[in-house]
Write a protein that binds this ligand. Structure first.
Ligand SMILES: [Zn+2]
Length: 137
């Protein structure tokens, strides 16, 4: 395999194309819009024929907001580091702000998760970019 799982993780954490490693996942003129394909290698990023693929990234974003932000705020309140009002304001602001800040990473991490499970689907590894008819997964 040309692209290893370690490379897939490194590229996923850096919001880079899982296939070639170029910084092409997101459009240059937008914070939130994903490119249809990688301009460096032609890898299909936006999956028009695979509806719902990125729903998983929304779930991932929701989970990370709870685990990385809301639970720590709740623990700081529970152990009396933060007052009740401060914790409530931080929770409300973070519940909206964290998912916005984490949006790009959630998209990239979702792609990373997929190709960690199915590295042979990457075009650089001889795949079609997604599950094919000869693949029973
Ligand atoms: Zn690429």
């Amino acid at each position: 395999m040309k692209v290893t799982r370690v490379q897939i993780i490194a590229r996923g954490l850096a919001n880079r194309c899982p296939n070639c490693g170029a910084k092409t996942l997101f459009r240059a003129d937008s914070l939130f819009q994903v490119n249809k394909e990688c301009s460096a290698c032609g890898f299909t990023i936006e999956r028009n024929n695979d509806e719902g693929f990125y729903l998983g990234s929304a779930s991932l974003n929701y989970g990370m907001t709870i685990v990385l932000y809301l639970v720590p705020v709740a623990l700081l309140w529970y152990f009396n580091v933060l007052g009740g009002r401060t914790a409530a304001v931080l929770a409300a602001v973070g519940a909206i702000g964290f998912p916005i800040l984490f949006y790009r990473s959630s998209r990239s991490w979702w792609l990373m998760n997929y190709y960690l499970a199915f590295p042979h689907h990457l075009p650089a590894n001889g795949g079609k970019g997604r599950a094919g008819e000869d693949d029973n997964v």
